[in-house]
Design a protein around this ligand. Structure first.
Ligand code: RTP
Ligand code: MG
Length: 136
């Protein structure tokens, strides 16, 4: 069954020039882009997106980082899109992410791990509404 997921190329990925690489891997996997936009997040949007982490010690740094420069937000669609993209991204901590995954290939630190992908259908619906309200 086809589903949608929210993918972000975070500010570090934009700065590093790997937006095309990430899109290319998404397309090679067989997933489709249904929305794409460069966005510079406000503090409010960033806090809403990462609301589940509000009590974590790294929350302040996370919001600071994600608002520091523009990111690329996308809605990606296809069968099992949520899990399929998480698999392409690799483990949260890049030094534990498999070589061949986006984080395994392009990142070194947990705080700058290049991409975000929704982790469940509920998260995907919530996050897509935040970044692309017109898609509902
Ligand atoms: P994301 O939400 O960005 O796709 O990453 P994720 O699901 O793999 O990881 P999550 O647990 O949701 O954490 C969100 C982001 O917070 C940063 N983080 N820092 N310092 C730390 O221990 C720590 N833990 C998580 C990461 O940048 C992670 O992507
Ligand atoms: Mg997450």
């Amino acid at each position: 069954m086809s589903e949608r997921t929210l993918v972000l190329v975070k500010p570090d990925g934009v700065r590093r020039g790997v937006v095309g690489e990430v899109i290319s891997r998404i397309e090679r996997k067989g997933l489709k882009l249904v929305a794409l936009e460069l966005q510079h997040l406000s503090r409010e949007t960033a806090e809403a997106h990462y609301a589940e982490h509000v009590e974590r010690p790294f929350f302040g740094e996370l919001v600071e980082f994600i608002t520091s420069a523009p990111l690329v937000a996308m809605v990606v669609e296809g069968p099992n899109a949520i899990k399929a993209f998480r698999q392409l991204a690799g483990a949260t901590n890049p030094v534990e992410a498999a070589t061949g995954s986006i984080r395994g290939d392009f990142a070194l630190e947990i705080g700058e791990n290049i991409v975000h992908g929704s982790d469940s259908p509920d998260s995907a619906a919530r996050e897509i509404k935040i970044f692309f309200p017109e898609l509902g």
